[in-house]
Design a protein around this ligand. Structure first.
Ligand code: ZN
Length: 467
């Protein structure tokens, strides 16, 4: 067989591309960067049927071929036998906040505990901790993360992740452009900025575009006293300006009316569920025709409730990979006298027996809208890293099949990152970002926690010393 050096070839059996035997036609020069993963059941993240006994050839950081059977391969190419394992794409959490720790002191606008721990001290701790926070994602099987808005130093977090071996790929938005001013402590680099007019909104977008954000985030909060028309004009200006700069917009808009207004104004992504009422056909059609990505973040409210009611119930992966200092901070509520907390301890009401956001998810899913499972990690009680696995459980409770949950946090989440050409599925030419599991996630989505190995860019993740 004629083949050039450094090329290797697939022999096609029949017409199906995947009906192939993997054959290295000739020993390429320096096969050190080739690796074969053989024998696992492949769930490729596209939603296509599984491939049993798969053969995946990785060259350097990319997937070179996927085949059904291993043919002749030079002895110099390592072959890892993965019989009895499952492979899924590296998971992606498309909604987190790296400027929040998940700990008790991280949202002074929600519970003001600055008397016990100044906010500046909390921020310093968060920044020092970032390398380990990033690593918690990889340990949890997550090779991609979207920071859905925070201070301008978010951009340095993206840089840090890019140069850190034990870190996921990170996409970021800058400060949230908001219709409302939350009572956050004064800081020179705020996570949220209220836009007072359409012109102001455009200026705020421009200030971020210099840093090349992956997304612009808007916070569309409407209270009874607000002028909805004026608010919508501000949102529209922010979206127009972002689109002019070639950047997509992710919108926080959790009521049906604000969500519709955000989408009508051109928002590309909704970062939370609609929670106030059942969605209608107009909304379903809007999202479908505009191909808007719709994100669930079910677990975050439950997590607040668990911390504030002091009934935290952690999953196995949360105990394993969650930050122990963050987890320990929650029990400080036992020591702090409630009547000395200026905001009091917020009471999060128990969920109804069937949540409207579950019904909405099922309506959107059956309408063919692209769903994204994500967490809002960094909020109090929602742990950086393992939180996504808790979200999966709630999505399953809502009625989403495990296969679709996986697509939501791989292929669809990669679309949120704007990187779906490179990551999100296990296909020829994409980065070799994947998770090898000890159990079948299609049988039970909780099996996505039974992690054997995690690979990012063709490299197996090796944990650093525990911190
Ligand atoms: Zn968020």
């Amino acid at each position: 067989m004629m083949a050039k050096t450094n090329m290797w070839k697939i022999s096609l059996a029949g017409l199906l591309v995947l009906s192939t035997v993997l054959v290295l036609a000739q020993v390429p020069q320096g096969t050190g960067n080739l690796l074969v993963l053989q024998g696992a059941t492949l769930i490729d993240g596209t939603g296509r049927p599984i491939l049993r006994d798969s053969v995946i050839l990785i060259e350097g950081d990319r997937i070179r071929e996927i085949a059904r059977r291993l043919g002749s391969v030079p002895k110099t190419v390592p072959i890892i036998d993965l019989k009895g394992k499952w492979i899924i794409p590296g998971l992606i959490d498309a909604h987190v906040h790296f400027d929040q720790s998940g700990g008790l002191y991280t949202r002074p606008d929600i519970i003001d505990l600055q008397k016990w721990r100044p906010y500046e001290q909390e921020l310093q701790w968060i920044r020092n901790r970032l390398p380990f926070t990033l690593e918690r994602y990889l340990a949890s099987g997550i090779t991609g993360v979207v920071d859905a808005g925070g201070p301008m130093w978010n951009f340095t977090t993206r840089d840090l992740a890019a140069r850190t071996k034990n870190a996921p790929r990170v996409a970021v938005a800058g400060p949230l452009i908001s219709t409302y001013d939350p009572m956050v402590p004064d800081t020179p680099d705020p996570a949220v900025i209220k836009a007072n007019s359409p012109e102001h909104a455009r200026d705020l977008v421009q200030a971020q575009l210099i840093r090349k954000p992956d997304l612009v985030k808007i916070w569309f909060i409407r209270r009874a006293q607000d002028d909805f028309v004026a608010q919508t004009a501000i949102i529209k200006a922010a979206i127009e300006e972002s689109h002019k700069g070639g950047v997509r917009v992710a919108a926080h808009a959790t009521e049906l009316e604000t969500a519709k207004a955000a989408v009508a104004a051109g928002a590309d992504i909704l970062v939370h569920s609609v929670t106030d009422r059942l969605v209608d056909n107009e909304f379903l059609n809007m999202l479908r025709t505009r191909d808007v990505l719709y994100m669930t973040t079910f677990a975050v409210v439950d997590n607040y409730r668990e911390v504030f009611s002091r009934q935290v119930n952690l999953t196995d992966v949360e105990k394993q990979f969650g930050d122990p200092e963050v987890i320990a901070s929650w029990s400080d509520l036992d020591k702090i006298p409630a009547d000395e907390i200026p905001t009091g301890i917020p009471r999060v009401p128990p969920p109804p027996s069937r949540r409207v956001e579950y019904e909405n998810l099922m309506l959107l899913e059956s309408a063919g809208v692209r769903i994204v499972g994500a967490t809002d990690a960094g909020n109090i009680g929602t742990l950086h890293g393992p939180a996504l696995h808790r979200e999966f459980e709630l999505m399953a409770e809502a009625g989403i099949r495990p296969a679709d949950i996986i697509v939501s946090a791989t292929k669809n989440a990669a679309a949120v990152m704007g990187r779906d050409k490179d990551i999100g599925t296990i296909e020829k030419g994409k980065f070799a970002d994947l998770v090898i599991l000890n159990a079948d996630p299609h049988a039970d989505i909780r099996n996505a926690r039974k992690i054997y190995k995690v690979m990012k860019a063709g490299q197996f993740y090796e944990p650093s010393a525990p911190r």
